[in-house]
Design a protein around this ligand. Structure first.
Ligand code: ADP
Ligand code: MG
Ligand code: MG
Length: 894
């Protein structure tokens, strides 16, 4: 017999925290809290296997599910001392969805399930409060109507607004029991009108319908989109939790709230949260009432005048603080919790690992190691390498003038300047067109996720630190200012107003998510300091990784940034960019258009000093770190002029007529340049070009050695080799130049010559190529193009459809395809090492900065990965994680 239902509550539980796959995150943690003796209202979890069964059996349930649910329900009834559907003493339930990882697309929670026209009277009598009972019933109809029956919530809001207008009320709390009774009648009438059926009165029917709605929501569009964005497979399924209700809305000794065991924005080890007295469920995050701070510290920090829970309910607050410490000791990580206080008694409703900013992640990891809660390895594995990106980018220049127009809550740190947009769709459209945008909303909801993704910053005029906007922004690493109440967004006229200032779509604003300031215009930024916790964690990463981390960069400026970020060398210096400079491009074009070896050489002689100076500057910046320089790679026509003025200039410089220049460049046009006359094929046909480049490299080594006493060991890289003879010929050429420079300059010059492995044939012939090559660097951009036979520039037109239909998991240009491209790399590595056991192996494609690809590189294993400057810290951490978990991945990778 399969167990479909797992009970929890009363200090015991069938499940545990490790069972997230089966019970979902919420259910597993409710079980865990219950098992360790925390006060959790009793309930049960219907497993994710039921969800899978449901979809595999035409939306039907397993036969024995009903019996198992009834048994679990009886257990709740016994623990609570009430009966589901009993008109005198009704048990009410919450129905809560819960996937393995929290998912915004899933069905919203339904509270107070089990209420009907009869049981509401029982609740009223038992609570001694009719107003509370009717309020609970109308909330139930509203939630159930919206999320289960599909009656849009605005219908209910309209009815409520009308009721308030009729009586001249401002707040929901002013409605009396009789007023609510009337609202309930209108709600039920609305449900009948909208669905053609009366609101279901049978608690059993209510429960089954709600369970069905949770499972149904697994396949709704929002959930599907979210899964796609976060790489969550569809076959995971969701669980459903049914749990006895506790009430935070039974009076002023009741409350509900959400909290983090440490500050999720800064990582500070202080209790951080919000609560509302006499409130239920999502009232705290809904932004309808202003939530109050949990602690006096928080109240002070936010400059709030409303009393803190610490003051109002000191005893319950003390218990909650104890729970906080228990949870941290138990989970050994920062937790995000939800709680309710019913008539002075504390109940825990949820715990999960708290989302945090990258800065907070580093601080928490570093401090938890210091506190002895976790070790270095655990700390390293916990930080999402990609999130470090948030810390590497500029923050607002403290010296710059700020024209602050409003203030809100500092909901997610970082600075962002961009153009105002008012809708998520517009944000996505404009970002797609290359604009930098700030999404400005009254508040956000899960429907806005795509726009929040597209925006660099998010501004809301309503909502607190735990509002949807704040939580999602922190998770995504977007700067966010929440609840900037002075601002008014008028959607109809498309303006945002503050006092007499009017801002329109497209106007520039700046957000400082660390202070909550909203500024007019774009404010200049400065590079962040990378010290403190960042440096500590990075030093641990360096200690635990085995692969080196290099940078792909072409200029001394980039090299400087990369060295500050901890790179250990240059893995790819592309020389072609160096020729686009205004002074050089003419000589370059002359060289290309030359009709004899001699003319070509004359032009190259003009380029030589420039190129040598480039390398001198780069070598000086890199000290004695290795520098891999790729000889000219792109097809020559990329350098040729198109505009008339440029054509004239080249004609003059080269002594040709403009006609001749045009004719020559026409001749160089290729049908398929990606597979054409480029890479080492240029070196074979025009050896003078590579000769000049090699000379520039070695003369630069000599110059720097003489000037600074430091000897760079350049690694000369020959691109696009597919035939081993190509390599043999060109290596000889490089050796000859090195010898000549050595003799002329009378300095010792050490260097390596190797190749980029970027064609499938090169992978297969790696054993032969390695006879002459001292290193391989995997050029995985071209290797991906050529392995798939897929042009990177055209893939965008259809790869999206492949991803949508789940034919591929990931764009192979972003994350290395381990099965095909990876297999080619493994073959090349094995054959290369077979010939030359100490051959140096690296990667210099885009993938060198992608954590999943780095994990694959560990399995080859490579000696180093190389990536763009801002990815260097990410690669250092990802390489450490790969080394710490490498064995398991290696087994699969092979
Ligand atoms: P979400 O996944 O959106 O956080 P939850 O299932 O946690 O949804 O429910 C949202 C809120 O509903 C909770 O924070 C809590 O305030 C309220 N809630 C859920 N279950 C109960 C319950 N058994 N008793 C009282 N309130 C509950
Ligand atoms: Mg919750
Ligand atoms: Mg290439």
């Amino acid at each position: 017999m399969t167990t479909w239902v797992y009970s929890f509550g009363g200090g015991a539980a069938d499940g545990r925290a490790e069972m997230k796959e089966l019970l979902g995150g919420k259910g597993a943690n409710l079980a865990e809290m219950s098992a360790i003796g925390l006060p959790v209202p009793p309930g049960f979890t219907i497993t994710t296997e039921v969800c899978t069964y449901f979809y595999e059996h035409d939306r039907k349930y397993p036969d024995d599910l009903r019996d198992q649910m009834n048994a679990a329900l009886t257990r709740i009834e016994d623990l609570v001392g009430a009966k589901f559907g009993d008109p005198k003493n009704p048990l009410l339930l919450s129905v809560r969805s819960g996937a393995r990882a929290s998912m915004p697309g899933m069905m919203d929670t339904v509270l107070n399930l089990g209420l009907n026209d009869e049981t509401v009277e029982g609740l009223a009598r038992n609570a001694g409060d009719r107003r509370f009972a009717y309020d609970s019933y109308r909330r139930f109809i509203q939630m159930f109507g919206d999320v289960v029956l599909g009656v849009d919530h605005h219908h209910f809001e309209e009815i409520l607004e009308l009721a308030k207008e009729d009586h001249g009320y401002m707040l929901d709390t002013e409605l009396t029991a009789e007023d609510w009774a009337k609202v309930i009648e209108d709600y039920k009438a609305k449900v009948l009108a909208e669905t053609g059926e009366p609101f279901p009165q049978s608690p059993g029917d209510q429960a089954w319908a709600a369970v069905g709605a949770v499972f149904g929501s697994w396949m709704n569009q929002r959930a599907i989109t979210y899964r796609r964005l976060h790489d969550i497979p569809a076959d995971w399924g969701t669980a459903v939790n049914l749990q006895a209700m506790v009430f935070g809305n039974m009076g002023d000794d009741c409350a509900t709230g959400v909290a983090f065991t440490r500050d999720p924005a800064t990582g500070d080890n202080s209790f951080y949260g919000e609560y509302l007295v006499n409130a239920q469920g999502e009232d705290v995050v809904a932004g309808i009432r202003t939530p109050q701070n949990l602690t006096l510290h928080g109240k002070k920090m936010n400059g709030s005048k409303l009393p803190a829970m610490e003051e109002v309910m000191p005893e319950v607050f003390g218990q909650l603080n104890d729970v906080r410490l228990t949870l941290e000791q138990h989970y050994k990580d920062m937790q995000d919790i939800e709680f309710t206080v019913q008539r002075g008694t504390l109940y825990m409703l949820q715990t999960r690992t708290g989302k945090r900013t990258a800065a907070a992640a580093l601080k928490i990891a570093a401090e938890m190691v210091a506190e002895g809660l976790i070790d270095e390895k655990e700390a390293l594995l916990r930080i999402d390498p990609a999130s470090l990106d948030q810390l590497l980018h500029p923050t607002l220049d403290p010296e710059a003038e700020r024209k602050v127009i409003a203030r809100g809550l500092p909901a997610s740190p970082g600075a962002a300047s961009g153009k105002i947009v008012f809708t998520a769709d517009e944000a996505e459209a404009q970002a797609g067109a290359g604009e930098t945008v700030i999404l400005c909303r009254t508040e956000t909801s899960p429907e806005d996720i795509h726009g929040m993704h597209a925006a660099v910053g998010i501004l809301t005029t309503r909502g607190g630190m735990t509002s949807h906007a704040a939580v999602v922004a922190r998770g995504m690493g977007r700067a966010c200012v929440a609840g900037a109440g002075e601002l008014r967004i008028d959607h109809k006229s498309g303006v945002m107003r503050v006092r007499d200032l009017e801002l329109r779509e497209g106007d520039l604003i700046t957000l400082d998510g660390s202070t909550g300031e909203v500024m007019q215009g774009a404010v200049p930024t400065v590079q962040p300091e990378l010290s403190g916790d960042f440096a500590t964690v990075m030093s641990w990463a360096d200690r635990h990784r085995s692969m080196g981390v290099r940078v792909n960069c072409d200029t001394p400026q980039e090299a400087k940034v990369a060295v500050a970020f901890g790179c250990e060398g240059i893995g790819l210096c592309r020389t072609e960019h160096m020729f686009f400079d205004a002074q050089r491009i003419v000589a370059m074009r002359e060289m290309i258009l030359a009709d004899s070896g001699e003319k070509r050489r004359q032009a190259l002689d003009k380029l030589l000093p420039y190129q040598r100076d480039d390398f001198v500057a780069l070598f000086k910046e890199m000290g004695d770190r290795p520098v891999t320089i790729r000889l000219l790679d792109p097809p020559l026509h990329e350098f040729l002029p198109h505009e008339d003025a440029a054509v004239a200039e080249v004609a003059k410089a080269s002594g040709l007529s403009e006609e001749q220049v045009r004719a020559r460049s026409l001749k160089l046009v290729e049908t398929n340049p990606m597979l054409g006359h480029r890479g080492c094929r240029l070196g074979i046909t025009y050896p003078e070009i590579y000769e000049m480049q090699a000379r520039a490299i070695f003369e630069a080594v000599a110059a720097v050695a003489k000037e600074t006493g430091k000897t760079v060991v350049p690694e000369v890289m020959i691109p696009l080799v597919s035939i081993e003879q190509e390599f043999t010929v060109l290596r000889k050429l490089v050796d000859k130049v090195a010898e000549a420079v050595r003799n002329a300059e009378e300095v010792e010059i050490g260097y390596l010559v190797g190749t980029m492995i970027e064609l499938p044939r090169a992978c297969l012939r790696a054993g032969q190529i390695a006879e002459g090559a001292e290193f391989f660097s995997f050029g995985t951009n071209d290797l991906t193009q050529t392995a798939y036979g897929l042009s990177r520039d055209d893939a965008g037109n259809f790869l999206g459809a492949y991803e949508q239909r789940e034919l591929i998991e990931q764009d192979p240009f972003i994350s290395l395809d381990p099965e095909g491209v990876g297999e080619l790399m493994l073959i090349a590595a094995e054959r290369g090492r077979g010939t030359r056991p100490d051959i140096k192996l690296g990667i210099c494609g885009e993938h060198g900065g992608d954590p999943a690809s780095i994990a694959f590189c560990q399995t080859v294993p490579l000696d180093y990965v190389s990536c763009s400057p801002y990815r260097v810290p990410i690669a250092r951490l990802a390489a450490a994680q790969a080394a710490l978990t490498g064995h398991a991945i290696g087994a699969v990778g092979r």
